[in-house]
Design a protein around this ligand. Sequence first.
Ligand code: NAP
Length: 451
Amino acid sequence: MTEVGNRAVFGSDRPIGVAVLGMGNVGTEVVRILREHADDLRSRVGAPLVLRGVAVRRLDVDRGIPADLLTTDAEALVTRADVDLVVEVMGGIDPARGLIGAALSAGKSVVTANKALLADYTGELAAAAERSRADLYFEAAVAGAIPVVRPLIQSLSGDRVNRVVGIVNGTTNFILSAMDETGADYEVTLKEATRLGYAEADPTADVEGYDAAAKAAILASLAFHTRVTAADVYREGISNITAEDLETAAAVGCTVKLLAICERVPAGPGEPAPADGGKERISVRVYPALIPRKHPLSAVNGAFNAVVVEAENAGRLMFYGQGAGGAPTASAVMGDLVMAARNKFYGGRAPGESVYAELPIAPIGDTPTRYHVNLQVADRTGVLQAVAGEFAKHGVSISTVRQEGSDEGARLVVVTHHAEESALADTVAALAELESVTSVTSVLRLEGTEE
Ligand code: NAP
């Protein structure tokens, strides 16, 4: 094997060996595609891709492949001399982290779908890949089948990305869409999602926003050339969303979605503006928010995902499709595998990690958003004035107020202009103290409006 520019560096009869770690939802489909489409893959790569082994935990399960391909010794598999590429689809942090590290250190290129691992350890893994001049690909880690990682790394590498907003968790989108459609409450809808296989037995990672936060960290790192980890992401889940929230959202022409938002925001308080030499910051956050029904993300229903990227020159781009599932996720894994195999065959490498910008992360407290505040109040004169007074006192400007009668008095729905989280939090605390306010029923952010 020699380095010869754009010509094959492997002989075309020299197979490229592939090891797969994990044969669950995704791994089973990766193995199927490798075997069913071997001839096409050979033509696309220039050399045959040969499955050398599959690491699993249990050997006593019939997986429809020759038993001698299966092993529980993943460590030995990833460093075998006849393995050139490793696909990690076992999930979790350990042992996946060590196995990927060992594979990269041994010069094997790695394709992984493991967002939880990448959200915290991309730096470590990218450094290992850099040291041994191997590739680390992870298209499947964000939004399943949807190509969004490669567009950010490659297609938009000559542009400046300002904002990435996505629905990146199918389970929560399924639940919120169903609540919107049926008027049912969260618990009932979660049960139905579990029955249909859209939610796991322990749905915490999805419904509390951890999965979306891991993906937001990956997207923000790529979009802003800055290392962002899951701990940098402000996160709220959907378990407090009620049928009433969806109903009041509908009344103002909105629906509720769990959004992952990554955007550039101005320099911090007291800092000069970016135009005057101050350093701009980035905000990375995951929370349920109202979005207008005319916003393109509001039409993303069921378990589908979508990501909207706004770039200085490209303008707004939208990527939409299946964000999970064995075959859709395997499609993204296979795309990466073909790229990594071609790099092995012809020489060359994928772009490495780009974190040169090192932008600071803005705390959620000074990230301005619009808010939708739902209050239960006494039905008497002067209440509206008292409520509006608290907003004014804390510098939160009101956009609209709706009032309706209810069994226990009146309901006020206040929509604000952009306000900082900390100012809104102070306003809400003051409202709760007002004698005429029975309760602050909900506070939700409003995203996707023009102002
Ligand atoms: P899964 O169905 O739970 O499968 C995990 C597989 O890994 C199983 O075959 C398991 O072996 C094997 N495994 C786990 N720990 C192991 C260990 N210590 N040693 C050897 N084998 C081990 O998982 P999945 O749904 O396919 O997800 C895999 C990865 O893809 C995760 O990182 C996930 O976040 C990511 N992903 C999944 C989806 C999706 O829709 N499922 C979408 C995007 C990304 P046994 O079969 O013997 O138990």
